[in-house]
Structures are given as C-alpha cells and as structure tokens.
Design a binder for this molecule. Structure first.
Ligand code: WTA
Length: 640
C-alpha cells in the first residue's frame, strides 16, 4: 500500500479518550452523552438485543432544545446560519432568530393537528426554513422525513405513502443554476391519490405561479400569528427523530430510522473530534440537507455546538467555477467539508481560479461520500489548504448516522495518508472480514464490518424490522455489514474500496441498481434490464444501462433511449439517468439466474473479462461484448 504520509495536525493529543473507549465502549459513550442537556437521566446506557440497539434508555431529551435553547444565554446573538442564496443574497440568522422561528413553526404544526410521532415530509430547497422545519418537528416529537429536492413526483409519492405523512412542507420553487425548479407542482402531482395528506405548507421562495387547493397553506400566512413560545417536548432518548430514505439493493428505497439521544451523542462527539470545532470557527459543509450529511453535519452537529455555519442554496459552479472559493473568502470559512466529486470538478477548472482568492482563513478540510483519489487529495491539500490544513476523509453512511472512520485532528495528531480514512472513531470497533467471517491479513481486500453497536446506529428500517435484520445483520451474525469493501494496511490504516453490493455512487449520491432496473423494465418495450456503474473522472461513477427489447420491437435506439431516460427522470429523478443505454438481446447470467453485473461493468469499462465459467449461456457475453463494441465504434465515428 502507499507509504506516502503527511505529518500535519492541529497539535491535539488526547490519548485518554482512546484508552477509555478501548477499555469499555459502553461506559465511554455514557460519559460522552453527558455533554448534552438531558431533561432526565437514563437508566440504562445500552440495551443491546441484537440486532437492535437502544441507547440511554429511560433518559429524556429534545434535539431542538439541544440545538437552540441551550445557547440562548451565551450565544443568542451569535450567527447560527450565514445563508448565501444562489443569486448572491445573504441572510444571517442568529441563534435567537432560529429559536423564535422554530418555536413559531412548532406552533404552526400543532395548529394543524400534528402530534408526537406523526410523520412530516419536507421537500424544500436549501433555505434556512428547511432546518427551521426540521427542528420544529423535533421540538414537538414529530418525525421528519426530508426528501432531496431533486427527486421526482413518483419517488416522493412512494416516500410519503410509506411514511404516511399527513403534512407536507414544500416551496413554490427552488433555484438551481439560475432556473426555477417547481417544487409545489411536483408535490401536487405526488399527492394526487394520497387522501391521508391533510395539509401542504408552501414557502414562497421563487414567487412562481402555483395553484392552491383547500389543503394548501402559505408558510407566511401561518407564521404571521403564531406564538413564539413553544416548550420542547421531553422525549424518550429512543424516540425517532427522523426517517431518511436511501437506496439499497432491493427495488424500494429503505426508510432508515434514527433515534434521538444516541444519534445526538454521536454527532456531538464526532463534530468535536473530527472538526476540532471552536467558538470562533466558521464551518461550511456543502452537502444538501436532503442527504444524510446535511442532516448530521449541516443541521444537527453544528447547532449542538453553537457553531456558526455557512449554508449555500445553489449549484457549486454557478454562475461560474469560482463560486465556492468566493464563498470561502467572503465568509472567512475556517472548516470546509465537501465531496470528492466536487473537488474533482474544481480541479478540472484549474489552479488559477482558487489561487486568485484569499483562502487563508481555512484551517481544516474534509471530504465525505465516496473514496477520494490520492491525486485529488494532494490537490486539495496543496491548492486549497496551502499545505497547512489537515484533511479528514470521513467514512460513514445514512445508516450509521455519523462518522465511523476518520482522522480526528480535534483529538489526536496522526500522519495522514491520502485516500485513507485512517482509523475507527473511539468506541467503535471495525474489522475487515473474508467471506467466512474471518479477519483478513493486512493489505488484503475484504468486507468492512462493525463489531459493536454505536450511538448513531439506525434504530431499524421504518416498518420493516425483518428487512433491517437481513440487510445489515445476516451476512455476519451480530456484526453490522455496511456493504463496503475495505482493507487495513500494515499500519492499521483503513482504506475504503467502494461498494461490495449493487449500490451505485454517482456524484456521491446513492442509487440502487434494482430500483433503476425495475423502472426501465416498466417501459412497454423492455423485458429485462441491468445497470452498472463505470468509472468517471468527475462523478466517480456514471450509470450504464443494458436493456433487452421485447420480441418484435425494433431498435430505434435514439427514441427509445430518450423515452427510457425520460421515464427514469419521472419515476426516480434526474440523478439516476444513465449516461448510456445499450440494447442487447440477452444479459449474461450465472447458472442460478443472477445477472452478472460485474461482468457488464467490466465490458462497459473496457476491462478484461475474467472467469465466465459460471455463465448460464456463454454466448451472451460475446453478444453483449459484440453489441457494445459496435456501439462504441459508432460513437467514435459520430464524434469524428
Ligand atoms: C460511501 C454518505 C469511501 C460508502 C455519508 C458508503 C465512502 C456509502 C466514504 C454511504 C469515504 C461514504 N470513502 N467511501 N470517505 N464515505 N462512502 O448513505 O460506499 O449516502 O457505504 O452516506 O458511501 O452513502 P450514504
């Protein structure tokens, strides 16, 4: 493995924490939980009935209280959110502003009959009202389920239906690359046949024309007369805070359910250890709140710490490639957390652009969501961090709630290796197993496993304990299986090597192959389909789809490809659109009938095809390869 190391840290060396965590992870987390404000203490630190973990059982707590109320004495006038609109507008919301808005909106929800335990779907652009809505739900014990504003009506419909949300919160529209995305229209379409939806609250952001029904209420109208006082509910530590849908290997997205006390403990600790957060910092995480990174490290973790953070509404390269660096300079950002996809894009634009901005306020950099290529890491280190900022490569998942693997400059100073997440956080025990559950030797690729429950761990999948058990806890009994390949090098550093299952990571977004395939197959002319990801310079992976035509259907591939792409945009969302769709007469399968996606991936990425002895019918490979070669040839000819 690569021996290249960078000896750069922040000078912190707290070895006590690791020692305590290693000796007893349960009492270690018990200590950490005391950093939060509890209404009443817990009776049991961990109730572990595999595979269900319940943390701080018997304690009562409230996420909104910990994010806002506790700061009202010392930080009421400190900015919580420095918001930058895509068009360049600014809004500053102090901890007091947030507190008032959240209490008012809590009362709005109550006035609509929302009760503890009710689900609320939120489909908003990146505006401060999004965290306000989430924290208001948390305040009264309603369970928020935020849906990324890039998802289509059909996707949202499924999520609203699965969670049975009675109230939806949306906006007239949102800005993306200067254009208006008509969110309210999407919601109108999504809830057409969902009678249980009682109310839609509409924030006016873009002022585009919308149609209002008797269910619809304007955010401002409701807020006008709402009282600014609403006490936070004393909720059980295990009370669900939110559902966040994510793609897996099965056809339908899974509703990952997170609790309160454990989740907040995990975030409070990791935010301190990883980002070394100080009162004077200006934190900026570029993630959209529609994904878990936004939930954990835009909304909850920074606010728990009373930090000041930048929140940006729009596309990172709009109106041009300098936007991010302009924001860093303007707000004097000290800690920057982004994705490898964004960095690869910035890197392509060249060094002159970031070099023309004053980035000297930066002291710590981070990445999340996908493996980072060492050359991109080095570029980030040199051009953005000017060789003075440690980089933390943080590995985690929607299911884990917060980081599980990352360098922790706030805690300790270790040599950094570009492309490695270094070590598990204190209190978490990570291993790399072979197929049979045996630990692999150093520098050997295997499956990542987590050996013990951790506080940010999902409670279950919404309404489906059985699926929860089979997806995460059946490959290795009583060990959590995240579905990632990894290895540990000779120094014990962990290297994440991508997904081991049929989940794609396109520009850091998780997309399930089964979901996409069933969408493609639902087109009238298609009988079978397989999708796979192939490497891409910027997005990490892009989607390639193979489709088998119904008997008698001719390949007018241009039109058909357009129709299928359109269908995917409509059923799932633009992020799932394949780069290319190939029409073939057969798909390569194993003898047991499983489609060999890895083989398709190899063909599509122009790699050598390995062992094909398990093929049901060897001719299919040649055929797929043949079709592919032909298409490749015609693409080359077309592009001259
Ligand atoms: C991948 C995002 C390599 C991994 C927070 C994981 C990473 C999936 C890293 C979860 C990283 C996340 N290095 N791979 N630092 N971070 N991943 O649920 O495959 O959107 O299983 O959560 O992203 O994606 P999710």
């Amino acid at each position: 493995m690569m021996s290249e190391t960078y000896n750069i840290g922040l000078g912190n060396n707290n070895s006590e924490i690791r020692k305590k965590a290693d000796s007893d992870f349960v009492s270690f987390w018990d200590e950490q939980a005391k950093n939060l404000s509890w209404f009443s203490p817990w009776k049991k630190t961990l109730d572990w009935q595999p595979p269900f973990a319940r943390w701080f059982v018997g304690g009562t707590i409230n996420a909104s209280y910990n994010a806002l109320d506790i700061h009202q004495d010392s930080k009421a006038n400190k900015p919580a959110i420095l918001w930058e609109g895509e068009k360049g507008e600014s809004r500053i919301l102090t901890y007091r502003d947030m507190w008032i808005q959240v209490q008012k909106f809590s009362n709005v929800l109550k006035s609509l009959g929302v009760q503890k335990g009710d689900r609320i779907t939120i489909y908003l652009p990146m505006v401060p009202e999004l965290p306000v809505a989430m924290l208001a739900c948390a305040r009264i014990g309603a369970i928020h389920t935020v849906v990324f504003s890039g998802f289509s009506a059909a996707s949202i419909r499924d999520r609203i239906d699965d969670s049975k949300s009675k109230v939806i919160i949306t906006a007239d529209g949102g800005y993306r690359r200067g254009k208006i995305v008509k969110l309210k229209e999407v919601i109108d379409d999504a809830i057409k046949d969902l009678d249980f939806v009682n109310n839609v609250i509409v924030l006016e952001r873009t002022k585009n024309k919308i149609s209002m029904s008797s269910k619809d209420k304007l955010w401002n109208d409701l807020m006008k007369d709402a009282s600014a006082s609403c006490d936070a509910e004393k909720l059980d530590s295990t009370h669900p805070l939110y559902i966040l849908y994510t793609s897996g290997t099965t056809g339908k997205p899974k509703g990952v359910l997170h609790g309160t006390g454990g989740y907040l403990t995990h975030l409070h600790s990791t935010f301190k250890w990883a980002f070394d957060i100080k009162d004077s910092d200006v934190f900026f995480c570029t993630a959209d709140i529609g994904w878990v990174t936004g939930h954990s490290y835009v909304v909850y973790a920074p606010l728990l710490h009373g930090a000041t953070e930048v929140m940006y509404e729009g596309a990172p390269d709009f109106p041009d490639a300098s936007r991010m660096w302009d924001i860093l300079q303007k707000y004097k950002v000290t800690i920057f957390y982004t994705t490898p996809t964004a960095l690869r894009m910035f890197m392509k634009f060249g060094d002159d652009i970031p070099n023309s901005f004053d980035l000297s306020s930066l002291r710590l950099l981070g990445t999340v969501g996908e493996p980072i290529n060492p050359e991109v890491w080095r570029w980030y280190f040199k051009i953005i961090g000017k060789e003075k900022c440690p980089i933390i490569d943080t590995w985690w998942q929607t299911e884990t709630g917060g980081m599980l693997i990352s360098p922790l400059p706030g805690l300790e100073t270790i040599p950094l290796k570009p492309g490695s997440g270094a070590f598990a956080i204190p209190g978490v025990n990570i291993d790399v197993f072979d197929e049979n559950g045996v630990g692999v030797p150093p520098n050997t690729k295997g499956y990542l496993v987590v050996r013990n429950p951790w506080p940010g761990m999902l409670l279950t999948l919404w309404g489906d304990d059985e699926k929860y058990t089979t997806v995460y806890w059946s490959k290795y009994e009583n060990y959590y299986y995240p579905g990632d390949y990894a290895l540990k090098d000779e120094d014990g550093y962990i290297w994440l090597l991508g997904r081991a299952d049929d989940v794609l990571k396109v520009a850091g977004h998780r997309i399930g192959t089964a979901e996409l395939e069933s969408c493609i197959v639902s087109h009238n002319d298609i009988v079978e389909s397989a999708v796979c990801g192939i490497p891409d310079d910027v997005k990490g992976e892009v989607i390639i789809a193979f489709a088998v035509l119904k008997h008698g259907v001719g390949v007018n591939s241009d039109n058909l490809e357009k129709e299928i792409s359109e269908k995917i945009r409509k059923d799932i969302g633009a992020i799932a659109t394949p780069k290319q769709i190939y029409f073939v007469s057969k798909l390569p399968k194993t003898r047991s009938g499983k489609i060999m996606r890895r083989l398709l991936k190899a063909i599509a990425s122009n790699e050598k095809i390995g062992d094909v002895s398990t093929l049901e019918d060897g001719t299919a490979v040649t055929e797929v390869q043949g079709v592919f070669d032909e298409i490749q040839k015609s693409i080359k000819e077309k592009s001259g």
